[in-house]
Design a protein around this ligand. Structure first.
Ligand code: ZN
Length: 242
């Protein structure tokens, strides 16, 4: 069973299409870890594209909740809140209805998936080993998949130790030595100084994780963002991957 793992699309249709084209033929299912919208220029098209995917499990993220008025915009920084106010206006009712139905976390065949963390799916960022170590107590299976930080990484629990690892891009990385928290990085707004769209393939039959990075037409996304007068800092950060 090969699963396409995507997270943090953030209404960046150009990046999403590049990922789906790159991953074509390499997966049997799709698990989307939330934040379909927010920041970017095409929330409705991204919702439509994702919900039409075959064999999909999809979570909501904090931006998806805020975009439908179910999370206080004061919990976001000012530019994120500005983009969310625009997203709230731009969302069609069918997109809102879809986002409203998405769960914040789920267990599928023993694998936990959550947007931010298995303890606080909308609010917690697992970016260091101190927090990751605690999070292993909040799920029971071998694997938990998360997004939210927009930074691809692997946390491995082996005995009572926790290590932070970076899986090599495009190569099979074995995940059969302990328990793991896996983050595929962001499709639509990477923050690890690499502007290329990120995703991963999880193969549960071989216990492997393949991290992938895909170039996409960033200029095109930026052009669309400028058309809607989205904040300039959100536009320029896409070039830098921050
Ligand atoms: Zn996000």
């Amino acid at each position: 069973m090969r699963i396409l793992i995507i997270a943090d699309i953030h209404a960046n249709l150009t990046a999403l299409e590049a990922v789906l084209t790159h991953a074509q033929g390499t997966f049997d299912m799709v698990w989307c870890l939330g934040d379909l919208v927010g920041y970017g220029p095409e929330p409705n098209a991204c919702v439509q594209r994702i919900r039409a995917l075959d064999k999909l499990v999809c979570l909501s993220g904090n931006h998806d909740r805020a975009a439908i008025g179910k999370m206080d915009l004061n919990t976001f920084n000012p530019v994120a809140a500005t983009a969310l106010r625009w997203t709230q206006m731009a969302l069609l009712s069918e997109s809102r209805d879809y986002l409203n139905k998405l769960p914040s976390m789920q267990v599928i065949n023993g694998t936990m998936i959550a947007h931010g963390s298995p303890r606080q799916p909308y609010f917690e960022y697992i970016s260091d080993t101190a927090l990751a170590r605690k999070m292993f107590g909040h799920f029971t299976g071998a694997i938990c998949l998360i997004g939210h930080t927009h930074i691809a990484c692997v946390f491995q629990q082996s005995g009572n130790r926790c290590h932070k690892l970076i899986a090599p891009t495009g190569k099979s990385f074995s995940i059969n030595a302990g328990r793991y928290i896996l983050n595929p990085g962001a499709v639509g707004q990477p923050r690890d100084q690499n502007p290329q769209a990120a995703y991963a393939i999880l193969d549960l039959s071989t216990d492997s994780w393949v991290q992938q990075r895909v170039p996409y037409n960033i200029t095109e996304t930026q052009r669309r963002m400028r058309r809607y007068e989205l904040p300039e800092t959100l536009i320029t950060r896409l070039d830098l991957g921050v």
